[in-house]
Ligand binder design. Structure first.
Ligand SMILES: CC(C)(COP(=O)(O)OP(=O)(O)OC[C@H]1O[C@@H](n2cnc3c(N)ncnc32)[C@H](O)[C@@H]1OP(=O)(O)O)[C@@H](O)C(=O)NCCC(=O)NCCS
Length: 195
C-alpha cells in the first residue's frame, strides 16, 4: 500500500482550474506524493505503450528514488520542480533539468496532470510556467523534451502548444525493451514575455 507525504495525491473529486489551484515549488517532503502521481500517470496513460512488467513492477519505488535524489540535489538552481496543488493534494507537476542535454537546451523531463484534472488548462499552465522559468534561469536556451511516439494525446497537446517535432529515437529501457520516442522543441522565449 502506498503512503504519501504531507501533500498527498488527489483521491477526491477535483476542483476546476480556478482559484482552487495553487502552484508551488516541490520540497523534499513531497517526494512520496510526486512518486505516487508519477506512477499513477504512467500506469493510466502508458498502458500498451510500455511493457506491463515495467508498469506493474517496482515502478513506485523507482520513482520514489528518483524524486528523493532530485529533491536533495546540491544544485537546486539547475532544476525546476513545480507542483499544482488543490486542497493539499498534488494534481499535477512539471520538472525541468538544465544540464541533461545542453546541446538541445533545457529538458522538460516530466509533465503529468492527474487523470481527473486533465483537459482543464492545467497542463498548459504548467508548461508555460516551465518556459518562463527557463527564460529567467537560462536565458537564450530553448526547451526540449522526449515524448513516447505512441502517446497520441500528448503529441496533440504539444502540437497545440507550439512545440516542433525535431527528432526520432528508440529509447532502450533497462529491461531491454525498445520504445519509439520523439523530441519536441520550443524556441527561446524572452524572460518576462507571455505565450
Ligand atoms: C498531456 C497533458 C500534460 C496535458 O495536460 P491537460 O491539462 O490535459 O491539457 P490542457 O487542458 O492544458 O490542454 C491545453 C491545450 O491542449 C489541447 N489538448 C490537450 N489534450 C489534447 C488531446 N488529447 N487532443 C487534442 N488536443 C489536446 C487542449 O484542447 C488545449 O487546447 P485549447 O486551449 O485550444 O482548447 C495531460 O493530459 C497528461 O498528464 N497526460 C498524461 C501524462 C503525459 O502523457 N504526459 C506527457 C509526458 S511527455
Amino acid at each position: 500500500m502506498l503512503e504519501f507525504g504531507p501533500t498527498s495525491v488527489c483521491t477526491t473529486k477535483p476542483a476546476a482550474l480556478t482559484n482552487a489551484t495553487q502552484f508551488r515549488i516541490a520540497l523534499p517532503a513531497d517526494a512520496e506524493a510526486l512518486a505516487g502521481l508519477h506512477t499513477l500517470s504512467w500506469q493510466r496513460n502508458y498502458r500498451g505503450i510500455l511493457p506491463d512488467t515495467v508498469l506493474d513492477g517496482a515502478l513506485y519505488d523507482e520513482h520514489l528514488a528518483v524524486w528523493r535524489k532530485r529533491l536533495s540535489s546540491s544544485t537546486p538552481e539547475r532544476q525546476f520542480f513545480l507542483l499544482a496543488v488543490q486542497e493539499d493534494a498534488v494534481v499535477g507537476f512539471v520538472s525541468v533539468l538544465l544540464d541533461l542535454d545542453p546541446e538541445w537546451g533545457a529538458r522538460l523531463e516530466n509533465l503529468h496532470v492527474h487523470p481527473r484534472n486533465q483537459g482543464r488548462g492545467l497542463g498548459r499552465e504548467l508548461l508555460q510556467r516551465a518556459r518562463a522559468w527557463v527564460a529567467g534561469a537560462a536565458p537564450g536556451q530553448p526547451l526540449h523534451l522526449w515524448v513516447l511516439a505512441a502517446n497520441a494525446p500528448a503529441l496533440a497537446f504539444y502540437d497545440r502548444l507550439g512545440g516542433r517535432a525535431v527528432q526520432n529515437n528508440l529509447w532502450e529501457l533497462p529491461s531491454g525493451h525498445k520504445v519509439s520516442e520523439i523530441r519536441y522543441q520550443w524556441p527561446t522565449r524572452a524572460a518576462g514575455t507571455g505565450g
